[in-house]
Ligand binder design. Structure first.
Ligand code: SF4
Ligand code: SF4
Ligand code: SF4
Length: 146
C-alpha cells in the first residue's frame, strides 16, 4: 500500500523533490498527490514534510518530520556477502557502489558511497540474498558505512 498526502499539504514541493521514483506530482502552493503505482513506500516524503501531511503505508499513522542526518542507513555484514551486487543494482538512488576486493577475499564488496542520497528505503536489505544488510539509525551505521 502506497503512502498518501492529506489536505494539510501546503504545496511546498519538499516531498516531490526528495521522492526517488518521481511518484509525487503537484503545483507549488497546491495539494500534492502520490501515484500509488510508482510509490516504493520509502517514507522519505513524510520525513521532509513540514506540515506532517503524509500518511504512511498503513493509512492510520502519520509519517513524521525527521532531519536527514538522522535517517537510517544500510549497515553491511561483509562476512556473508557473495559479491552479487544485487543491493547496488536495486538501490533506486544509486548510492551504493561495489568496491574492488577486500581482505576477506571478495572480488568486490558493497559500500555506501553516497550516503547523502540514501532515502532509507531498505531495498538493498530486501534484495540481498544473504541477509548481509540491516537498515540502522546513524549512530550504528557510522562505523560501517565508510
Ligand atoms: S513513500 Fe517514497 S516513493 Fe512513495 S511517494 Fe513518498 S518519497 Fe516517493
Ligand atoms: S536504503 Fe539501500 S537501497 Fe534504499 S536508498 Fe539507501 S542504500 Fe539505496
Ligand atoms: S546483495 Fe548482499 S550478497 Fe549481494 S553484494 Fe549486496 S551485500 Fe553482498
Amino acid at each position: 500500500m502506497a503512502y498518501s498526502i492529506m489536505d494539510a499539504c501546503i504545496g511546498c514541493t519538499a516531498c516531490s523533490r526528495v521522492c526517488p521514483v518521481a511518484a509525487i506530482a503537484g503545483e507549488r502552493n497546491a495539494l500534492h498527490k502520490i501515484n500509488p503505482a510508482r510509490c516504493i513506500e520509502c517514507g522519505a516524503c513524510g520525513r521532509v514534510c513540514p506540515k506532517t501531511a503524509v500518511r504512511d503505508d498503513l493509512g492510520a499513522e502519520v509519517a513524521k518530520l525527521l532531519p536527514r542526518s538522522l535517517w537510517k542507513k544500510p549497515v553491511f555484514d561483509l562476512s556473508r556477502c557473495i559479491s552479487c551486487a544485487g543491493c547496488a543494482e536495486k538501490c533506486p538512488v544509486s548510492c551504493l557502489t561495489m568496491g574492488k576486493g577486500e581482505p576477506g577475499g571478495l572480488e568486490a564488496y558493497p559500500a555506501l558511497s553516497a550516503p547523502e542520497k540514501c532515502v532509507s528505503c531498505g531495498y538493498c536489505a530486501f534484495y540481498c540474498p544473504m541477509d548481509c544488510i540491516v537498515i540502522a539509525a546513524p549512530a550504528a551505521s557510522l562505523g560501517e558505512a565508510k
